[in-house]
Design a protein around this ligand. Structure first.
Ligand code: ADP
Ligand code: MG
Length: 513
């Protein structure tokens, strides 16, 4: 806009010039006139130069390339109406009953595992605890200082688990974890304090280690025992006292601050949720019926649809993602939602539109350069979806950067608008499915907080908003309204919560130290 201002200033000066002329100050006027003309010429040149350097900025398109009929047809397949979501919620609830009931549990796809966690932390625990959070992508070690009154101080570090260890023997994974723990404890000066530290392990991968991890010998083994053996071999002063699912950790961590928390939700590499259920609704419960008559249920909802119940909403892109995954025909709900797959869905749609000659025209000539990320599986990262959707307006600076990263040189305005449109559809579908599935109607309390952990939720610019909008429409009237339900980001929640469970499990020792 600078050049436009420039012109305005100039025309105002002309008026001033005329007034002065009447006063007969010719020589001054001439100089001022030259100066103004000179400035105008420079300004105009700068303007032309500016336009030439960034041609897209000044072409204000009144077209909407993304609303091309053929493109709409492709994206239509990703739309799920509110009525559609309500039906999905009903199916989900039936599947949940299947998982909870002792007679049908074996064949249920949503397993609804009762955990041993019955109490929600009350914020009074105090002490130093270690936690490990083993997600599908990241492995974090945390040192947690519980200060009481819901206050927590955390030191944490993210470690990488090399691919060869992820796909290797279980023992190697735990040996690697113990090595990282030893490094961490050395840096935090915890090794020679004369204390033994309780440790809580949070993991997304207790029942199946198939999402990225495919360690053999880990499924069904006593994970705590494996980890403790590895810890003892390194002579670390650590006792692994608790193992929780990452959803449970998230619920616990959030409840430490907000007692209305009754759901824990993960939206990271994978997706899953847990919630507090009344014991009399848990047919598979074989523990005591003491107070409180409730238990946290780990839903394992990623498997929703593995028996075909979601086939009516799955697209050909979902099928393709599934077929090329490590665990075909498993975790079908998760594959429509989570960070491990979202970018890949976008990539497959992009390729389809290219094949139909609706996108990246000109890049098809000579059939492109097949070595660029666009053509390889996983080449479009889920974090790119966030980056692309961060762009507002018509500049598309982030989208351009992403497209150049995946091998599209000089993308046009149309290319950017269409790719952003695809990302919006894919992430919105994911958010709406997650929102519908959170099923706060079942909890049926007047005030509900959902604790959420995971990078997809944390970093995507619209995920939270899209989920909330959808939940507002679907939720029972009695829990409707601003303060009645809320989604609360629980930073590092999985690990924090595991530490809280460990703190409760090891209360006696903590008090001594
Ligand atoms: P984990 O699942 O291992 O606990 P995270 O919660 O950090 O780890 O989730 C990792 C997932 O989040 C990956 O699948 C990654 O694609 C996705 N992710 C990372 N950064 C972003 C981002 N900026 N926007 C959306 N998704 C992201
Ligand atoms: Mg995680």
């Amino acid at each position: 806009y600078t050049p436009i201002n420039y012109v305005n200033t100039h025309s105002m000066s002309i008026q001033t010039l005329q007034v002065l002329n009447n006063d007969g100050l010719n020589s001054i006027l001439q100089k001022v006139g030259f100066a103004i003309t000179g400035a105008f010429v420079i300004g105009a040149a700068a303007y032309v130069g500016y336009r030439a350097a960034s041609p897209q900025k000044y072409i204000i398109p009144n077209r909407h390339p993304e609303s091309n009929d053929q493109i709409e047809k492709v994206l239509e397949s990703l739309k799920i109406s509110d009525e559609g979501l309500i039906k999905i919620m009903q199916v989900l609830e039936a599947e949940m009953e299947f998982g909870l009931s002792a007679s049908t549990h074996k064949d249920a796809v949503i397993k609804m595992y009762p955990t041993y966690v019955r109490h929600i932390s009350d914020g009074t625990e105090i002490g130093q605890i270690l936690a490990l959070d083993l997600g599908g992508t990241n492995f974090r070690i945390l040192l947690i200082n519980l200060l009481g009154h819901g206050r927590i101080d955390i030191q944490s570090k993210i470690f990488l688990i090399p691919q060869r260890i992820m796909v290797g023997e279980g023992q190697h994974l735990f040996k690697h974890i113990a090595d990282c723990l030893s490094d961490f404890m050395t840096k935090e000066n915890l090794l020679s304090t004369g204390l033994r530290y309780p440790l809580g392990l949070a993991s997304a991968r207790l029942t199946q280690w198939t999402k990225g991890f495919s360690c053999s010998n880990v499924v069904d083994e006593d994970v705590v025992k494996l980890l403790q053996t590895a810890i003892d071999e390194k002579h670390l002063n650590v006792d692994c006292v608790a193992l929780v699912n990452d959803t449970v950790g998230t619920l616990m961590a959030c409840a430490y601050k907000d007692p209305h928390t009754s759901i824990g939700l993960i939206l990271g590499t994978g997706t899953n949720a847990c919630y507090m259920e009344q014991l009399d609704k848990v047919g598979t419960w074989n523990g005591d019926y003491d107070e409180p008559k409730q238990v946290i249920i780990n839903m394992e909802w990623g498997a929703f649809g593995d028996n075909g119940k979601l086939n009516h909403i799955r697209t050909k892109y979902d099928e393709e993602v599934d077929l090329s995954s490590l665990n075909p025909s498993k975790q079908l709900f998760e594959k429509m939602i989570s960070g491990m797959y979202m970018g890949e869905i976008v990539r497959l749609i992009i390729l389809d539109l290219m094949q139909q000659e609706l996108l990246f025209l000109g890049h098809n000539d000579g059939y492109g350069d097949y070595k660029v990320p666009l053509y390889s599986r996983g080449g479009f990262y889920t974090k790119f979806v966030s980056t692309v959707e961060t762009d507002e307006g018509i500049g598309f600076s982030n989208t351009r950067r992403v497209l150049e990263d995946i091998g599209i040189r000089n993308p046009t305005y149309d290319d950017c608008a269409i790719v952003q449109h695809i990302c919006r559809h894919v992430s919105k579908r994911a958010a709406r499915l997650a929102g519908a599935a959170v099923l706060i109607n079942r909890i049926n309390k007047p005030t509900i907080t959902v604790g959420v952990d995971g990078s997809l939720y944390r970093y995507h610019p619209r995920f939270k908003r899209n989920m909330e909008k959808c939940m507002q429409t679907l939720v029972n009237k009695n829990i409707k309204g601003e303060d009645q339900f809320q989604l609360a980001l629980s930073d590092d929640g999985s690990g924090k919560g595991a530490a809280l469970v460990a703190a409760v499990a090891d209360r006696a020792n903590l008090l001594k130290s």
